[in-house]
Every structure is written in structure tokens, then in C-alpha cells.
Design a protein around this ligand. Structure first.
Ligand SMILES: Nc1ncnc2c1ncn2[C@@H]1O[C@H](COP(=O)(O)OP(=O)(O)OP(=O)(O)O)[C@@H](O)[C@H]1O
Length: 760
């Protein structure tokens, strides 16, 4: 004690002594307890909690104030007399309900008003506000879509609209302050969606069981004897990728010597493609713009690699975003599925590395300049493969993936032996590397650019905690780019966790325009639940008989239901493969690569394949059961009709899931007639089902129950839910309902529900 006081006194005069004291303490020489007998971590946590509570309180206050101000302003405006209280005006007459709605709609659809939308106001509904019939609630009215009340002219004049831009070939960018609030670390702001967001986990029940089954970004630390990192080929994968690394960097000045070469490629291309271009340009649905890569401010070496890979013209999203991203601005970008978002962020990423490398040639181990985060392992591999193709002629620039399901040590070895400047990672594994004291966090401190692919999903509650921790460890002086095909309004608010307030919002879809690919025909089929397996079999057979080079993806609600569907269809002699989170990573990668490169194959999958995966020429997507939300429907459907091609999507629902159609009623979905099912096939299916291991069926029942329990509209009536689950049980040939652990049943609120069996 005395020595501490003496040291403290001394340290006032000697800073060296202070650092020695700190060192001594870290070595165990100093006091380890804080007031109240707390240790260092408890003390730290206590203060973090206090700060968080304070921040939340302040935020709530500000929010209430702001809402009150907006409400009073609306009231004043509607009454036509902003200065006086309308109620005290003797001539005051309340507006009709329709006028009121129209006035609200007008105000809300003004440019930049999206941040003011509340669940009850806005045109984009969350599931919590759906009003269509549920098993218990059949008479509720449909919500009014404010979009329909708004005239075309009220659209944001300066936001990018693909359809408009097609006419005048001119993109503009909406840059503005997004929200008055700082929503950073404020989960309560989206608490109404908590249960929806919980659905990110593939096995809702499994989460309840605590058995650790996750959907995406599952991290297996040190598990499995993985001999090589995943290496899937992206869309450009058939072209050679660079094999060697650790070559001295070639910098921008060297590239200028290539201008002759590029000029030659340009001329050759002009001649070769002039006829094709003429037809392309006439196609309004083409994803391509008229601008070529060689006309942009990107490195000639990148252009050379792109040209060789067949990328000559930019896609619309690439044209719309490139200049903004190259200027160094933060951006939030929305563009339809399959329109080339990956290249849109990879191009500025490469330019960032080139620029940073040229100004920092002395570092022995290069800093990580670009970090790309995405929700699934397969997507990370795909992005890395595409980046490698673009980097083909950039010697000395490397890209690596850090994803779960591989050995952590292997990652570390690769990082040491082959230092890279671009990392593509899933959040969980990245965090492991940051928190591991191996120097990775130091390399990350040089970061220049952070990219979130599938940004809305990464900012969901499922990933939010990890994202907050990651962002906390990154330098503030960086550029951030967020890309997705869907950006719900909650995400625009929460995006400030990552983006600067002054960022560009680039929407190449356009407010109120169709969010799905134009050439994809969409159908919904509502049929009794017990017929679903047979209907899927029937739809697949029909499609195969009509489509020579068929390539189909069937999405199921959970991993175990996917597994059951796969085994059943395999028994029925269909050419199927399966991918879901319960499969080892090497298996997943192998199947993913096989499916990418093949034709006449059916992939049965969970939501691990829903976002970002670029399997070329998928002819049909079948979604069995209700998707977790509207966004997931759009992403799953987007696995077909990529690059402006044609495709087909069928959503198969049980009658009690039909309410979901209201969430997507602005999409062009036609009713699919109930097919005539062959009784012989029914018998065959029954036989096939009987051959499947009962454990798989039991796991499927558990997963099914967990998934639908977490779907708010279905899960809140536990008795009906258990009834439906038992019907499912019978339909898959289980005679006895599988029992739940007491703890699980309790967690799910099912303990005393008739029909639930508890394990003794
Ligand atoms: N400039 C280009 N010229 C030709 N093809 C391109 C170009 N840019 C991208 N593509 C192709 O478009 C397809 C879709 O690209 P990508 O996977 O980046 O789409 P996406 O918008 O990220 O889709 P998702 O929303 O599903 O993630 C890929 O096959 C890719 O090779």
C-alpha cells in the first residue's frame, strides 16, 4: 500500500515510473480489486452498463421529443394554421379519414422522409403490423398501402430510380443526413422486430434447446481436420486466378505503360461487340449500362482482368456507385439481386488497396486495408474468388477468407505465410481473430475500407452484437460501403452503426418499383400441409420434363427439414443435393461448387444459400413454407433470373401461412393451381418415407416446431401450433410425437400445452 502511494507520488514527476507501475500491475504487482470488491472486468462491465443505460435513456427522450414535434407539426399543417391550436378554432372541422391518410402519405413520401416512418405509418409493413387472417384472426382488414395513395410526382426527385435512369441514362445520388438520432448500440429502437429477427437462426428450436445449431456463420473453433481452405469459384471462376503471392508490389505508375495495351483491347472490343451492343441496349431489362470499365477511373490492370473475364460494360449498379465510392464517400446501396453488386464494391476496394499500398511501401507485413463482411461462408468464398479474378494482374495484392468451419490455426498460418490486404470474413470468425492476441487486431488498425455485403442481414439482431464489437475495433477514419438487394427502413436507421452521417444513399431499384427481377415469373400455391412433400415432387417432375437444362433450388424452413426433404426426394430417384448448416463445411463447399458448375441438378437447401449465392442459370426456385420475412423471400427468389435472365419461382404455403402473401402483395405473384396428384406416387412416397431414419424425422419435428414457434403470427397460439406440429408429425410417418426436454418446452412456452410430450 505504502509502496503504491509512494509510486503514485513519484509518478507525478516521472512518466516512466507510471508506465513501470502499470507494467508491475499487469504482472500481478498492483491491486486487483475495485470499490465494492469488484474485479477489473466486473468494474468495467458495471461502467459499460451504466453508460449504455444513460445513452438509451437520452435516446428515448430525444426520440419522444422528436416524435412529439413531428406530430404537432402534422396536426398544425393539417389544420391549415400552423400557429394556432386547431381545436380552439371555431371553424375547425376534422378531415375525413381518407384525406388524413392522403396528407400523411404526401408528407411521408417526400424525399428523405423514410426515417420518419413508423410501423403504423409506412408503406413497408413489418410482420408485427400485418392484418391478414391468421388461424385465429380471419376478419382483420388489410393494411392500406400508402404508396398507392401517392402520385408519381411525389417520388424523391434526387434519389436514384432505375426505371427513370433507363430513360435518361443519368444517375444522381442522394446524400443527406439520415437520422437525427444516433442509433448506435440501441437495440431498443428495433425491439418490435425482435422476434422476426430471431428467425435469422435457422433452427429456432435448436436455439431454444441450446444445442448450438445455427444457420449462418457457425464457428467451429479448432474442429475438424481441414486440410485446405475452402476454394469455391465465383462467377468468374472458370478463368484462371493468380496463384503466386509475395511478389513486390507494382504500383500505379507502372500501370500507365499498359495504356497502349488497354487501348488495343478497347478497340478490339468495340469492333467485336458493336452489333451485340445494339441489341443489348434495346433491351430495357438488361442489367448492363452503356458505360465501359475502360472509361472509368480504375486501374488498367483491373480492366485487363475484367475484360479477359468477359466484363466489359458496367452493370447499372456498378455505374451508379463507382464514382461515389472512388470519391471516398460512405454509401448505402440498394440494387436488385443478380445485378453485379459484388463487382460494384470490389472495384473500389481494389483501388483503395492500390492507393494505400503506393503511399506505404515500407511495411514488412501489409496492413489489412479492406475488410468485406458477409453472412455466410459460401458467400465469403464466392466474393474472394471474384476478387482474385479481378486481382489477376495485381501482383502482391492478396485476398483471404476468414470463415467458420475451418481450423483457426490454419487461418493464422495463412495470414502469416501469405499476408494479404483484403479480408473477406463472416462476423463470428473475424471477431475470434480480432480478440485473439496474435497481432491481427494491429493489422486491422490500418483499415481504409469496410464493406458489408447483405448489409441488412448483417445489421439484424442476429449479427448485431458481433457487428458492434467489430466496428468498435476498427479505425474511425475509414470508408464504409453497405450493399444489399433489400434495405428495410429499420436498416437505414441502424446503418449509422457503420456509416458516417453524411453518406450517399444509392437506390437503383427506385421507391415503389418492383424489387424482384422483372423476368422472373412468380407463383404462390396454397395447399394442405400434409401434401407439401408430394407437391414438391410433382412440381420438380413437371419442371424437369419441360426444361432440358433444368437447375432447381428448393428452400426449406430449417436444416433438419431440408435434410428430410433431401432424403425423401433422393429415395424418389430425383437428382438432388443438400446444403445446410448441419453439414460439415468441406461438404458444403463441395456441393456448392458442384451445383455452380452443373446442369440438371436440384439443390435442397436451407437459408444458408438464400443470399448472395451466384449459381448461374437456375431455372426454378421453390420455397416450401413461410420465409422468415419479405426480404428473405426476395433474396431466395433472386437465386434465379440473375443478370437479367428469365426464371420462375413458386412459393408453397399451407392455408394457415397464407397471410404471408399480404407482406408481398406488391409483387407480381400469380396463383398456381393445385396440381392433380397421382395416387400411385402417394403410395411410393409413403414407402420412401418409411425408409428414412426415425431420428431424422424426430429432429425435423423439433426443428419445425421451433421455427414456427418463432413466427409471431403462428407461434402465439400455442395450442394451434402444437396441433399443426402433430399433423406434420403424422405426415412424415411418425406414429408418436417426439418428446421435448422439459427445459426446452418451458423456454418455448409449450410445457402445459396439450399434445406436447415431455421427456421423462
Ligand atoms: N459488368 C458485368 N458484366 C457482365 N456480367 C457481370 C458484370 N458484373 C457482374 N456480372 C455478373 O452478374 C452476376 C451477378 O453478380 P453478383 O453475384 O455480384 O450479383 P449481386 O447483385 O451481388 O446479387 P445478390 O443480390 O444475389 O447478392 C454474376 O454472374 C456476375 O458474374
Amino acid at each position: 500500500m505504502l509502496s503504491t502511494i509512494l509510486l503514485r507520488e513519484h509518478s507525478r514527476t516521472s512518466p516512466h515510473l507510471l508506465s513501470s507501475l502499470t507494467f508491475l500491475r499487469s504482472m500481478g504487482g498492483g491491486p486487483r480489486t475495485f470499490p465494492g470488491g469488484l474485479n477489473k472486468w466486473q468494474w468495467k462491465r458495471l461502467h459499460q452498463k451504466k453508460a449504455k443505460d444513460k445513452e438509451k435513456k437520452l435516446l428515448d427522450q430525444e426520440k419522444q421529443l422528436y416524435q412529439a414535434r413531428v406530430r404537432s407539426q402534422i396536426r398544425a399543417n393539417l389544420a391549415g394554421n400552423p400557429d394556432n391550436d386547431s381545436q380552439s378554432d371555431p371553424n375547425f372541422s376534422p378531415m375525413t379519414a381518407d384525406d388524413h391518410l392522403k396528407a400523411l402519405a404526401d408528407r411521408f413520401m417526400k424525399a428523405g422522409a423514410e426515417d420518419l416512418w413508423n410501423e403504423a405509418d409506412g408503406p413497408i409493413k413489418s410482420r408485427s403490423t400485418q392484418l391478414p387472417p391468421t388461424p385465429n384472426n380471419r376478419s382483420i382488414r388489410r393494411p392500406i398501402d400508402l404508396r398507392k395513395l401517392v402520385s408519381e410526382s411525389d417520388r424523391a426527385p434526387n434519389s436514384i430510380n432505375l426505371n427513370d435512369s433507363m430513360k435518361n441514362r443519368h444517375y444522381s445520388v442522394q446524400t443527406r443526413r439520415v437520422s437525427r438520432f444516433n442509433f448506435r448500440r440501441n437495440e431498443s429502437s428495433s425491439s418490435e422486430d425482435d422476434s422476426d429477427l430471431d428467425l435469422d437462426s435457422e433452427e429456432g428450436l435448436v436455439r431454444g434447446f441450446g444445442s448450438g445449431g445455427d444457420e449462418e456463420d457457425e464457428e467451429i473453433k479448432g474442429g475438424g481436420n481441414v486440410k485446405k481452405l475452402m476454394s469455391s469459384s465465383a462467377a468468374l471462376g472458370k478463368y484462371d486466378v493468380k496463384k503466386t503471392r509475395r511478389v513486390p508490389l507494382k504500383f500505379l505508375e507502372d500501370e500507365e505503360n499498359l495504356s497502349d495495351h488497354i487501348e488495343a483491347i478497347r478497340n478490339e472490343f468495340n469492333n467485336r461487340n458493336s452489333i451485340e451492343n445494339a441489341t443489348d441496349k434495346s433491351d430495357e431489362n438488361s442489367i448492363l449500362s452503356q458505360k465501359r470499365f475502360d472509361e472509368c477511373n480504375v486501374s488498367p490492370l483491373t480492366v485487363k482482368a475484367l475484360t479477359e473475364a468477359g466484363y466489359v460494360q458496367m452493370t447499372r449498379v456498378q455505374e451508379a456507385t463507382l464514382s461515389v465510392c472512388l470519391e471516398g464517400k460512405d454509401a448505402l446501396v440498394k440494387a436488385k439481386t443478380g445485378t453485379g453488386k459484388s463487382a460494384a464494391f470490389l472495384l473500389p476496394a481494389i483501388e483503395t488497396v492500390l492507393k494505400a499500398s503506393s503511399s506505404n511501401k515500407i511495411q514488412r507485413v501489409p496492413a489489412i486495408y479492406v475488410l468485406i463482411l458477409c453472412p455466410t461462408r459460401e458467400l465469403a468464398s464466392q466474393i474472394a474468388a471474384e476478387a482474385k479474378v479481378m486481382l489477376r494482374y495485381h501482383d502482391g495484392i492478396g485476398v483471404q477468407t476468414l470463415v467458420g468451419g475451418t481450423r483457426f490455426k490454419v487461418d493464422q498460418k495463412n495470414l502469416e505465410s501469405d499476408p494479404c490486404q483484403i479480408i473477406v470474413a463472416t462476423p463470428g470468425r473475424l471477431l475470434d481473430h480480432i480478440e485473439n492476441k496474435s497481432g491481427f487486431s494491429v493489422r486491422v488498425m490500418g483499415l481504409k475500407m469496410l464493406i458489408l455485403d447483405e448489409a441488412d442481414h448483417l445489421l439484424d439482431l442476429g449479427f448485431r452484437k458481433d457487428m458492434e464489437k467489430i466496428v468498435d475495433c476498427l479505425p474511425r477514419q475509414r470508408q464504409s460501403l453497405l450493399f444489399s438487394a433489400t434495405i428495410p427502413k429499420e436498416v437505414r436507421r441502424i446503418s449509422q452503426l457503420v456509416l458516417k452521417r453524411e453518406h450517399a444513399y444509392i437506390d437503383t431499384v427506385g421507391l415503389g418499383c418492383l424489387e424482384t427481377p422483372v423476368k422472373v415469373k412468380q407463383f404462390s400455391l396454397v395447399a394442405p400441409h400434409e401434401l407439401h412433400f408430394q407437391i414438391v415432387h410433382h412440381l420438380l417432375n413437371e419442371h424437369i420434363s419441360q426444361t432440358l437444362d433444368y437447375k432447381v433450388i428448393v428452400f426449406c424452413t430449417t436444416a433438419m427439414v431440408t435434410s428430410l426433404m433431401y432424403l425423401l426426394l433422393r429415395e424418389m430417384r430425383l437428382n438432388v443435393r443438400e446444403i445446410h448448416s448441419r453439414k460439415p463445411q468441406l461438404y458444403r463447399t463441395r456441393i456448392s461448387d458442384e451445383f455452380r458448375d452443373s446442369k440438371r441438378l436440384i439443390l435442397i437447401t436451407s437459408d444458408v444459400s438464400a443470399r448472395g449465392m451466384n449459381y448461374p442459370d437456375v431455372t426454378l426456385v421453390i420455397q416450401v413454407g413461410i420465409p422468415s420475412d419479405r426480404e428473405q423471400y426476395i433474396h431466395r427468389l433472386g437465386r434465379t433470373g440473375r443478370e437479367g435472365k428469365a426464371g420462375e419461382g413458386i412459393l408453397l404455403l399451407a392455408p394457415w401461412e397464407e397471410y404471408f402473401l399480404y407482406d408481398i402483395n406488391d409483387l407480381p405473384i400469380e396463383k398456381f393451381p393445385l396440381p392433380h396428384l397421382d395416387p400411385d406416387v402417394k403410395t411410393k412416397m409413403k414407402n420412401s418415407l418409411s425408409k428414412i431414419d426415425a431420428n431424422i424425422k424426430e429432429a425435423a419435428y423439433h426443428a419445425w416446431l421451433g421455427y414456427y414457434n418463432s413466427v409471431r403470427e403462428i407461434g402465439r397460439d400455442k395450442t394451434t401450433l402444437v396441433d399443426l406440429a402433430n399433423q406434420f408429425c403424422q405426415s412424415i410417418g411418425l406414429e408418436k410425437t417426439p418428446a421435448l426436454f422439459r427445459k426446452t418446452a418451458l423456454k418455448m412456452g409449450l410445457k402445459d400445452i396439450p399434445g406436447i410430450r415431455i421427456r421423462k
